[in-house]
Design a protein around this ligand. Structure first.
Ligand SMILES: [Zn+2]
Length: 207
């Protein structure tokens, strides 16, 4: 098997940056004297690092992460290069990519180039018009290379709601700096935190 695994997950540690207002990651190494083993305590938020938003994140009575079928999180996907878009990924850019119904689409923006060691409030987000287009097309899943798909500080929540009300999961916090536009196989299973609004995931692309 010559499959190459490309890890697009952000490293998790107590120094991982988190979206303002979210709980910081706390990791405490605990030594068990009784069993002579190391058992660490982890405190984190459901939207820290590389994670998946479930409808419940933004939709009242929406599906939780464990209500979603697993098959959406594994299968063919396409990375689309939106690095020319400044500010927001536009509807026009997405229209030029010939996106089809049920595709899994990962948006590569200039966020990946800036990296994830400090928080940039002016990160590139998905425009509400772009979200509307992806909803109209009826994609299966979308991902973006920052910790939120909507503009920081904006009260326009459509980038979340338009997609999540159609049960289209959103992967946030993927690092696409080492990935070119093209077709891959996505593996992105969220941890099985029952009934949650979102959950961390180890997200990889197979090539
Ligand atoms: Zn989120």
């Amino acid at each position: 098997m010559n499959t190459q695994i490309i890890d697009i997950s952000i490293p998790l540690s107590s120094s991982t940056i988190v979206y303002p207002g979210n709980p910081q990651i706390e990791i405490q190494e605990i030594k068990s004297e009784a069993s002579k083993s190391t058992i660490s305590k982890i405190i984190t938020g459901s939207h820290n690092g590389t994670h998946i938003d479930a409808p419940k994140h933004a939709i009242e009575n929406g599906k939780s992460i464990t209500d979603l079928p697993l098959d959406v999180f594994m299968g063919p996907c396409r990375v689309v290069d939106c690095t020319a878009d400044t500010g927001a990924v536009s509807r026009e850019t997405l229209e030029s990519k010939n996106i089809q119904s049920r595709e899994r689409i990962l948006l590569k923006t200039s966020n990946s180039q800036r990296g994830y060691t400090e928080f940039y409030p002016d990160f590139v987000y998905l425009s509400p018009e772009g979200a509307q287009y992806l909803k109209e097309v009826g994609i299966a899943l979308v991902g973006i290379d920052y910790f939120s798909i909507k503009q920081k500080g904006s009260t326009d929540n459509r980038p979340h709601t338009l997609l999540l009300e159609k049960d289209i999961p959103i992967i946030e916090g993927i690092d696409l700096s080492q990935v070119d536009e093209g077709e891959y196989t996505l593996v992105a299973f969220p941890l099985k935190y029952m009934g949650m609004d979102g959950a961390p995931a180890r997200v990889v692309l197979l090539q």
